[in-house]
Design a protein around this ligand. Structure first.
Ligand code: GLU
Length: 437
């Protein structure tokens, strides 16, 4: 990986660590596998157990031709990966983003398997994506893309097989189109084929805020564990989409100070705390946090290096790598995004004594309420918001403490503990089911 002359090593806290001048892989699937093997080593899993649950069960690559508004036809590449159905139907979002690759989707699918196992919802893991830039497309073009992609993956999805949901740059409207395309093909309405639907089409109350609410509950639990108050804490958020913006709101309501946020266009900072409701209005009107009057602009590098109590990466993978991890000045890193830290960044933050709430625990509120939506669809009932939120809070708190106990027993960080807990549950399910045929 690195040539000896380029690598400088340091010994710190008894651990050898290389500094700069080397390239760390940013391939999410390679990184997901690294974390898997590390946890499997601690569980002393043999190679046949690992092999059974490591590789995705099914990988589908599809071509998605779309008639654009100017009359031309463009072809996009799409994927759906079912990593595991050992504990239940595959479950996971669909991402529309120019950076989508097969390896990214494979990693995200694997993380969904572990995520569902950590919070103990009876689902396996899957993920889908189309390599496209919805920001440069008209709504009608996105609808045609969604419907054609849905028809291409239709043979492998279904309410008891594989249930998509929103992810980066997809939303309730996209879920409505998926549900409609699936239902028209089957000849009857099938609401349970997707979650994160509009409420009027069988979506669950509380689903759109669920990821952020779950992040918030794990932060509350971490503050309690580390004995500092969320009230008055200084918070930095990278990413102002569904997870980041709603998390900002919840944190603001808890009287913590959100001092900086960013989105794909830039970052804003106010040492005395940003006015979150006004910032939300500004983002709604202009499409970005950039240019917000109650703040000054800063660079993405400066944002991640701000001294704060809680840093929330809520954007994409690899936000913090070996090159910038050393600059982090937070007590807690709460991973609202999937895979925002590389394993090397993890090691650096460990040494710095930063408490990391790992993605598969921190952002599991989304899939937890997806599970509630699916249960409501199957039973043809709807729960009130209070029921959804109180169940979610109980699950997040229980899961946080289970991971914390595992980390204390095993003397590992929270990520390794979450992986151990999750992988154990998946291996147990696979073993009990036995090998077919
Ligand atoms: N895309 C979300 C995630 O990464 C939600 C998945 C779901 O609800 O199925 O967890």
């Amino acid at each position: 990986m690195t040539s000896p002359e380029l690598t400088e090593s340091v010994r710190q806290n008894g651990k050898e660590r290389s500094l700069s001048n080397h390239t760390e892989s940013t391939n999410p699937y390679e990184l997901a596998l690294q974390n898997f093997e590390a946890a499997a080593d601690l569980l002393e899993l043999n190679e046949s157990d690992r092999a059974e649950i490591r590789a995705p069960e099914r990988t589908l690559i599809v071509n998605v031709p779309v008639r654009m508004n100017d009359g031309s036809i463009r072809s996009f590449e799409g994927y759906r990966v079912q990593h595991s159905t050992a504990r239940g139907p595959a479950k996971g979002g669909i991402r529309f983003h120019p950076g989508v690759t097969l390896d990214e989707v494979r990693a995200l699918a694997m993380w969904m398997t572990w995520k569902c196992a950590v919070v103990n919802v009876p689902f396996g893991g899957g993920k889908g994506g189309v390599t496209c830039n919805p920001k440069e497309m008209r709504p009608e073009e996105i609808e045609r893309l969604t419907r054609r992609y849905t028809s291409a993956i239709l043979p492998i999805i279904g309410p008891d097989k594989d249930i998509p949901a929103p992810d980066v740059y997809t939303n309730a409207q996209v879920m409505a189109w998926i549900m409609d395309t699936y239902s028209m093909t089957r000849g009857h309405l099938v609401p349970g084929v997707v979650t994160g639907k509009p409420i009027s089409l069988g979506g669950s109350l509380g689903r759109s805020e669920a990821t952020a609410r779950g992040v918030f509950h794990t932060i509350e639990a971490a503050c309690q564990h580390l004995r500092f108050s969320l009230k008055g804490a200084r918070v930095v958020i990278q990413g102002f989409g569904n997870a980041g913006s709603i998390a900002a709101n919840l944190i603001d309501s808890a009287q913590a100070e959100v001092i900086a946020v960013s989105d794909s266009k830039g970052c804003v900072y106010n040492a005395h705390g940003l006015h979150i409701p006004k910032l939300m209005t500004h983002k709604e009107k202009t499409g970005s946090v950039v240019g917000f009057s109650g703040a000054e602009p800063i660079t993405p590098e400066e944002l991640l290096a701000l001294p704060c109590d809680i840093l929330i990466p809520a954007a994409l993978e690899n936000a913090i790598t070996h090159t910038n991890a050393e600059k982090v000045r937070a007590k807690v890193v709460a991973e609202a995004a999937n895979g925002p830290l590389t394993p090397e960044a993890d090691a650096v933050l460990d040494e710095l004594g930063v408490f990391v709430i790992p993605d598969i625990l921190c952002n599991a509120g989304g899939v937890t309420v997806s599970y509630y939506e699916w249960v409501q669809n199957h039973q043809h009932i709807s729960w009130d918001l209070n029921e959804v939120n109180s169940r979610l809070e109980a699950v997040m708190s229980r899961s946080f403490h289970e991971v914390l106990e595992t980390s204390q027993e095993r003397k590992t960080n929270m990520r390794t503990a979450a992986n151990i807990l999750a992988i154990r549950r998946v291996v147990d399910a696979a073993k009990l089911r036995g090998l077919y045929p």
